[in-house]
Design a protein around this ligand. Sequence first.
Ligand code: ZN
Length: 257
Amino acid sequence: MRGAVTVGLALAGPLLAMAPLVGAVARPASSTAWLATTDGGLVEGHDAAAYARELQRAEPAVAAAWGGGPFWTLLLVPSSSTAAARLSGQQDQDDVAAVETGGTVVVEPAAWAQLSPVGRQVTLRHELTHVVSGPATTARTPTWLIEGLADAVGFAGSGLSTAQASAELTTRVRAGFRPAALPADAAYAPGSADLAATYEEGWLACRLIEARVGVAGLVAAYRETGVRGWPAAVRDVLHTTPAAFTAAWRARVAALA
Ligand SMILES: [Zn+2]
């Protein structure tokens, strides 16, 4: 999910908003280890120190990709999937290890437990990218760009290959799927068919932008899209047309076969 508040508000807002729900977060009766801090965040929940170590690792990578901070993250580690759904306001979370909303990242504990160490970093960097890019995200920003940027930053330096990170889309393409256009916002709704492949479509689009103008150019295109829309960003940052970009992206998707 996209963040919609400024950095200044994110510091206080989520803390106040979460106060009535604080009982939903795991709090061992005999331990104070349910709170931990990082350079740019606060973790609340069971085993907070372990999550803080993960968050601390993710923060510099995301700040470097975005071109600086500061940003502030509240990471909540609920005691159950039910509590996670209450905190995040998201019901269909079966395959989602964390959700970001307004600068707060809510861990879905059952899905999180299934992640590898690399998967945990990819997930946190993805969600932190939503946090840091939140103030630049507007109604003009298409979801494929929001999620594509988060995945581009999330997977960067992970050691995962393009084939590994686009496995679901590759399967669809080999079965004959050829997208006509970049994914519509509705395709990202929780529970949508082929959701993982849709995320991979947006990721490939952002990788294509990054290949042409670097990660700084990708961020510039993101910022410009939030102000003037995607067509203007394509012209000003990528120096091409939306149609030409979409054609290049379609060729990249087809090449997965
Ligand atoms: Zn996301």
